[in-house]
Design a protein around this ligand. Structure first.
Ligand code: SF4
Ligand SMILES: [Zn+2]
Length: 397
């Protein structure tokens, strides 16, 4: 029965995602222009430093084309159906090296001023079908001319981390490279059903960590907080336990990713049906507390809080599809409390990311408007199994 429920739940998630993805309209972006350039602060070796995030205009994550992608992810919207050639990737990259923002409201910049550089492709940089190895090599090779860059961060699903994909880059660039891998949850049912991750074997994750270290890369684990179908409390426990697990497996850093709502994702559909709420920021603080309580407050760990909290967009307009005001991957709702305390808690989260001092989070005054509601919410229990919940919510035929 349990297995039957699991299969039925997975079938329903597949079917719903498939319907949702079909609604995405035009994805014909200029393959010669980057999707986005953003700047924010980052904590690195005891200091707050500026970070630049470049989002390449790419063809997107293979998990989308193969299995409709993850339930909370709407990155697909920012990818182009137009094939992106090696030449196009390099033309995009040249515009970054030139530091010229075409958008008239944008600011020109110099990569050397950014000790942390993220190069994202809304998918897996290490998948040769997404970023041709030749393009990856050229991009990394060019970074040798920028001694101001201290760490480069890319992202990849675990299955594309292998000696060949790592050597391709390592052979041309000796600097620090961190690879962010979506672990999301250590729990099989949560990862495979709630996240729709398609990483059934956790050994894939641990293998990728070891492989990264073998080639002197750093490993970053992304842990999504509150996929659909979990209670607020379950989501806190899952994100804390998963982060602890990731550190114990030897990752160099963990980024907690509280769910934001991007258009045309399963979380978007469920939010509109009023059966999902993004995680509370009070809950994000509890996840951090759970991790620090486990390792001890004096433990020096690289723990970040991700999510979309008002980065400075240098060149958003390059990423805006015709007729769309905001960047197409920008969520319309981020995790939050109430309008009264959101600005204060978001500022505290940013300050935590700049300092890695959890006391900043713990010392936040309880909000008289929403804290009691949150306290009530975390006592709510759910007796149904996760597959049963999914069947009840999605099986509306
Ligand atoms: S979260 Fe990552 S792995 Fe999942 S669909 Fe989005 S880009 Fe792909
Ligand atoms: Zn509040």
């Amino acid at each position: 029965m349990i297995e039957k429920d699991f299969s039925r739940a997975l079938e329903l998630i597949d079917a719903n995602l498939s319907q949702i993805r079909k609604k995405v309209s035009s994805r014909d972006f200029d393959p010669n222009k980057v999707a986005e350039i953003e700047v924010n602060d980052f904590y690195y070796e005891g200091k707050t430093v500026p970070r630049m995030m470049v989002v390449l205009r790419a063809t997107g994550c293979q998990h989308y084309s193969d299995h409709q992608g993850c339930s909370m992810c709407g990155h697909f919207e920012g990818t182009t159906s137009t094939p992106v050639t090696v030449e196009s990737y390099l033309e995009q990259w040249q515009s970054v090296l030139d530091g010229v923002i075409e958008d008239k409201n944008g600011t020109n910049f110099n990569l050397n001023d950014f000790p942390i550089l993220c190069i994202y492709n809304l998918g897996s940089f290490l998948n040769p079908k997404e970023i041709p190895p030749e393009a990856g090599r050229s991009i990394f090779s060019s970074l040798n001319n920028y001694p101001g860059i201290k760490k480069v961060i890319i992202e990849s699903r675990a299955e594309y981390v292998n000696p060949e994909s790592l050597k391709n880059i390592r052979d041309v660039y000796r600097g620090t490279i961190e690879v962010g891998i979506g672990l999301e949850s250590k729990n099989y049912t949560i990862r495979e059903l709630c996240h729709h991750k398609n990483m059934p074997d956790l050994n894939e994750f641990t293998r990728s960590i070891k492989c990264l270290h073998d080639y002197a890369f750093k490993a970053l684990a992304y842990v999504n907080q509150k996929p659909p179908f979990l209670t607020e409390k379950e989501a806190i426990i899952d994100a804390s336990e998963t982060s602890i697990y990731a550190f114990e497996q030897g990752v160099d850093a963990v980024s907690i990713e509280p769910t934001s709502i991007q258009s045309n994702s399963l979380t978007d559909l469920l939010t509109k049906r009023d059966v999902y709420r993004v995680p509370w920021l009070w809950s994000v603080i509890e996840v951090v507390r759970g991790i620090y309580d486990h390792f001890g407050n004096d433990h020096k760990m690289d723990l970040r809080i991700g999510g979309y909290f008002d980065e400075t967009v240098l060149s958003g307009s390059q990423g805006v599809a015709p007729g769309v005001k905001r960047n197409e991957i920008f969520p319309y709702t981020t995790s939050g409390n109430c309008p009264d305390c959101n600005p204060r808690i978001i500022e505290a989260i940013k300050e935590f990311n700049r300092t890695y001092n959890p006391e900043i989070l713990y010392s936040q005054k309880k909000c008289q408007h929403c804290y009691p509601q949150w306290e009530k919410e975390i006592t709510q229990e759910e007796k149904r199994t996760i597959p049963q919940r999914i069947i009840n919510i999605l099986d509306i035929t």
